[in-house]
Design a protein around this ligand. Structure first.
Ligand code: MG
Length: 204
């Protein structure tokens, strides 16, 4: 399986990193080795100094698809989860400045926290009206609302599938809202989808 990540999908997050608003979704991929094993702590690697958390709504693909039209995209997922796109921000900034790919800063081992359980999408009244948030040591640091996405879930699936064949079990990280920040040793992160706790991880 693979993880397809969307960058710059929330206007206020684009502003906080001084990025330009894209005309098309920004995409990058994390391999399956990026997933932090369930119940493992997050050990910060030593190849960078500044790691950031990015909480994101995660969509799990349920069948093979390519060139999916937006109006049929809803048939390709049943479940919604929550994750953290862990980013080596100092390294990413260096790579961006040189116009180089982001993989070393975004796709390294354990750079994807994924909730152990997913919620059936029929549990939500409106997928474009889902609230999620992240707590760092019991303080809310990021609040997201799918209504604020520049590209909605179905549009993302359609767009992504024009480049990458989607397979059952693939995960889509749909972008982070404003409020990203630094990860510190011994932090505890808790992610909530609506009011349900989805993951809890400790940094070592
Ligand atoms: Mg992200």
């Amino acid at each position: 399986m693979k993880i397809i990540c969307v960058g710059r999908n929330y206007a206020r997050h684009i502003a906080e990193l001084n990025n330009e608003k894209p005309t098309d979704p920004v995409l990058f991929i994390k391999p399956d080795t990026a997933i932090l094993p369930f119940r493992n702590p997050l050990y910060l690697p030593d190849f960078a100094q500044e790691f950031h958390y990015e909480v994101e709504l995660v969509v799990k693909i349920n069948k093979l698809g390519k060139h999916i039209a937006p109006e049929f995209a809803h048939r390709y997922y049943n479940e919604i989860g929550l994750g953290l796109d862990i980013t080596a921000r100092d390294l990413q900034s260096k790579l961006k400045a040189k116009g180089l790919p982001w993989e070393k800063a975004k796709a390294f081992d354990n750079s994807a926290v994924v909730s152990h359980h997913f919620i059936d999408k029929t549990q939500f009244k409106d997928l474009n009206n889902i609230y999620f948030h992240l707590q760092q040591n019991h303080q809310i640091v990021q609040k997201g609302h799918t209504a604020d996405m520049l590209w909605k879930i179905d549009e993302l699936i359609s767009y992504i599938s024009t480049f990458f064949t989607l397979k059952k079990g693939d995960l889509i990280f749909t972008g982070t809202p404003a409020g990203v920040g630094k990860i510190n040793l011994n932090d505890e992160f808790t992610g909530y989808l609506e009011n349900q706790e989805m993951f809890r991880i400790r940094v070592k």
